[in-house]
Design a protein around this ligand. Structure first.
Ligand code: FMN
Length: 384
């Protein structure tokens, strides 16, 4: 066959993609805005709606203010509780495509459960989103953990190790569909594809940025070997521990001849004074926590007083109410800027975080924290 490839925009490199098209040492993104309540299990009336209108306004704000990325959560069923936490969610690839069409700079990820999407349909969806965004689509590949969600689809979860073996094949098939081969075949253990043709290819002669956040040894190894960005938990008390953890992941990637960027996630409460920040944080995430939803999340992970003992259960309960395990950043702008600078010094390439109400809280963060990071040399001065 002699088919001319459709023009796919100016040539991009994988390095451009990994830099998210900015020179900032620390990339900043928002995590979880496609879901009601975002990443805060709270009943406060100002909690995040997750509506399309609010997401669009937020993406435009990010775009104008130089926030690098938005990372959604792939969630199919709410956690119940008083608020049905994350009960209303926008599907992430269509959400990303819509946002990419309305922005100019922002990277928008889709978070995709590999076992629930056929790889060739998925590969084409990603290419479409990537063209809409002129090379700004990113893929967060997840293997799933929530039995409830799989039951909803009538799909049986594989045992843990096999989930990542399947994901490796799935990603190989997606990358092949993105690649130059015509009429390729794929004959894996789980996935078999015949005489595949897939056009167009991703925008700019390269492929979307791929991330994963595996936490188990198998998940972590999958991310390091197959992805460009590895999202991992930063240590809540020691920057040095985080630094070692980041370096170990990068060293392992280098041993596989790979470049790897390491990111983390968190929850930010930033107010003019430390006291105000702590008071609001306490109000929203302790006093007004949706404790029945927290217990629902723990139940799905089989964490109960009967399985782990009362003391551990209470510890986990607080852990999940406090930003689902991400880094807690509660403070005035100096404190938040210093915490972010520490993460950058620990070798992290970026962070995706949430607010209780993203739209209301982001302007203050951008006005006060970003200029501090610029003065510290962690982010470049914004033009105009
Ligand atoms: C930044 C980040 C985003 C994640 N997004 C999702 C998601 O949207 N849906 C999901 O089912 N799991 C998500 N996870 C869970 C991870 O993909 C992974 O399954 C989890 O960390 C457990 O690790 P393991 O699979 O190696 O056991 C996310 C985790 C992190 C830290």
């Amino acid at each position: 066959m002699n088919v001319r490839a459709a023009p796919a925009g100016p040539a991009l490199t994988m390095r451009d993609r990994m830099a998210m098209y900015t020179g900032n040492a620390l990339k900043i993104g928002l995590f979880g805005a496609n879901c009601s309540s975002g990443r805060c299990v709270t009943t406060v009336p100002e909690r995040w709606t997750g509506s399309w209108e609010d997401n669009l306004a937020l993406a435009r704000m990010c775009d104008a203010r130089g926030i690098e990325f938005m990372l959604p959560v792939g969630r199919w069923k709410g956690y119940g509780g008083d608020t049905d936490y994350m009960g209303t969610t926008l599907e992430t690839v269509t959400w990303a495509t819509g946002l990419l069409g309305k922005t100019r700079n922002l990277i928008v990820f889709g978070t995709v459960h590999a076992p629930l999407f056929h790889p060739l349909i998925a590969a084409k969806q990603f290419v479409t989103a990537d063209h809409v965004g002129s090379g700004r689509f990113g893929l967060n590949i997840v293997v799933g953990w929530n039995e409830d969600e799989f039951q909803m689809f009538g799909v049986t979860q594989r045992e843990h190790e096999q989930r990542y073996e399947y994901a490796r094949e799935w990603l190989e098939a997606v990358k092949l569909a993105w690649g130059p081969n015509e009429n390729f075949e794929y004959d894996g253990r789980f996935i078999r594809l015949k005489k595949v043709r897939a056009r167009p290819k991703p925008y700019g002669g390269t492929r979307p940025l791929i991330m994963n956040a595996g936490a188990s040894p198998t998940g972590r190894a999958f991310a390091i070997r197959n992805c460009d960005a590895f999202f991992t938990q930063a240590d809540r008390t020691s920057t040095e521990t985080t630094r070692r953890h980041v370096q170990a992941a990068k060293d392992e990637a280098a041993a596989h001849n790979k470049e790897l960027d390491v990111y983390t996630v968190g929850v930010v409460t930033c107010r003019p004074t430390q006291k105000e920040a702590e008071e609001y944080y306490h109000y929203a995430t302790i006093e007004q926590a949706d404790w029945s939803a927290v217990d629902g999340i723990l139940g799905k992970k089989n964490i109960s007083p009967a399985t782990v003992g009362e003391e551990e259960f209470q510890k986990q309960r607080h852990h999940y109410a406090h930003g689902l395990g991400g880094l807690l950043m509660v403070g005035d702008p100096d404190r938040i800027a210093n915490q972010l600078a520490d993460l950058s010094r620990a070798g992290l390439r970026g962070i995706g975080f949430s607010f209780v109400n993203y739209l209301r809280e982001l302007p203050y963060f951008c006005d006060e924290v970003l200029p501090r990071l610029e003065r510290m040399g962690i982010r470049e001065k914004r033009k105009g």
